[in-house]
Ligand binder design. Structure first.
Ligand code: SF4
Ligand code: SF4
Length: 406
């Protein structure tokens, strides 16, 4: 029944590998999952009122600066690239720009990027007091960031421009930034605007929908979220109002490869999210050709097999053990009120995604009294997580990796 619905609602395209035309470099030749004789099924869904037709598995360009990898994805029919102003210190946008210019098919490629601004983490609100990494929240700074992104991306418009990482409904409707985003649309610098969230997602999604100006929401959504049913309901609400939904953090922590932790079945985790037909697309980060092939393989059959479903059920029964819920319950258990959820996010970037640049940036952006510098002065970690995450062990890993240096 579920599969029949998928078939009715989705356009299934075919993308044949154009091996000869891509000019791909040596890493591509190492990938052997598909051959030139095979054609690969790409399943597209429509992104709400934007009407953009996007594959259900898109390309998260958070961890990659390989033009060959992006070119290969485009050749396969992956026409949606998700990046952010901050990713890889701007190199993610730069590499996309290089590919866009060489590709020459700008109107066939949908580029999403995100603008991030200083926030007061305790008040869950923006602040105008900025830093180099997080400029103060103002219209002027939004347009400055946007101009830099446009230059890096070698384009004169963004397809989806997000307000990055909103923690609260108040951040979504913060007028200086919301009105500036609306202005970018009127000026033709952004075709569509949206918000991204991986904290209080249900409330943030509903606020974005009710604001009436946003076209897209990008939300954390996975089997390991304690509040996944609430996220699902909010997603349904968004779609009922014409707002397109993109899902991120779909792996629920992915493989953390620490003692006692399990390796998540990547394809099953993606399928779990895509069973929800209100989700238009997912943006798993891709760093290798094998990962790209694996993502594309998911589109061969979106239905979870019995084994995959059991694996996901088992992983979700571990509750938050593998995935930091960003619930902030641990903060009062730390004598220094350290920003533990952000430290856990840095850990995930490093150990789950292998992205030490993003991990270092995430750890280094925290105030010294709330980040790894204060942890270094602790003889032993006393913070505890009701979901079972071993905070002390993860903090020690971050310190050992010297991620407090950024
Ligand atoms: S470490 Fe645990 S308590 Fe702290 S935010 Fe994450 S899930 Fe919540
Ligand atoms: S090591 Fe643990 S207890 Fe100490 S500051 Fe860091 S999180 Fe808090």
């Amino acid at each position: 029944m579920g599969n029949d619905r998928i078939k009715r609602r989705e356009f299934i395209g075919k993308a044949t590998l154009g091996l000869c035309s891509t000019g791909l470099a040596i890493p591509f030749l190492k990938s052997n999952a598909f051959t030139s004789e095979q054609s690969q099924k790409i399943i597209y869904r429509t992104l709400g009122r934007t009407k953009l037709r996007i594959p259900v598995v898109s390309f998260g360009v958070m961890n990659s600066d390989s033009p060959d990898l992006i070119k290969r994805a485009l050749d396969m029919g992956i026409n949606h690239l998700d990046t952010a102003y901050l990713y890889l210190r701007g190199n993610s946008e730069r590499v996309i720009g290089e590919v866009l210019q060489k590709n020459g098919n700008r109107d066939k490629i949908y580029v999403a990027t995100k603008m991030r601004f200083a926030r007061d983490r305790e008040k869950h609100f923006f602040t105008t007091r900025g830093t180099e990494r997080e400029p103060g929240a103002s219209e002027e700074n939004l347009f400055k960031q946007l101009e830099i992104s446009l230059q890096r991306l070698r384009t004169d418009y963004i397809d989806i421009l997000y307000l990055h990482s909103c923690y609260s409904p108040q951040m979504v409707t913060y007028e200086p930034l919301m009105n500036a985003l609306v202005k970018t649309k009127k000026q033709g610098k952004a075709r569509f605007i949206g918000v991204s969230t991986h904290f209080s997602e249900p409330e943030v999604i509903r606020a974005a929908v009710d604001a009436g100006v946003y076209d897209v929401v990008l939300t954390a959504y996975n089997f390991a979220q304690n509040h996944r049913d609430e996220v699902k309901k909010a997603i349904k609400y968004a779609v009922s109002k014409g707002v397109g939904v993109v899902a991120m953090k779909t792996q629920g922590g992915r493989s953390l490869q620490e003692k006692g932790e399990i390796e998540i079945n990547h394809e099953a985790a993606l399928k779990w999210v895509l069973e929800d037909e209100n989700v238009c697309t997912t943006i798993p980060g891709v760093t290798t050709f094998d990962q790209l092939d694996q993502n594309i393989r998911v589109m061969n059959n979106l239905a979870l097999s019995g084994t995959e479903r059991s694996e996901i059920q088992f992983a979700s029964s571990l509750k938050g053990k593998i995935y930091c819920q960003n619930c902030r319950s641990c903060i009062p258990t730390c004598p220094n009120n350290a920003e533990i959820p952000n430290l856990m996010r840095a850990f995930m970037y490093a150990k789950a995604y292998g992205n030490y640049v993003q991990a270092g940036m995430t750890a280094a952006e925290l105030p010294r009294k709330k980040g790894l510098y204060v942890c270094r002065s602790c003889s032993s970690c006393t913070a505890s997580c009701p979901n079972g995450i071993n905070i002390g062990s993860r903090v020690k890993t971050l310190i050992d990796e010297k991620l407090y240096l950024g």
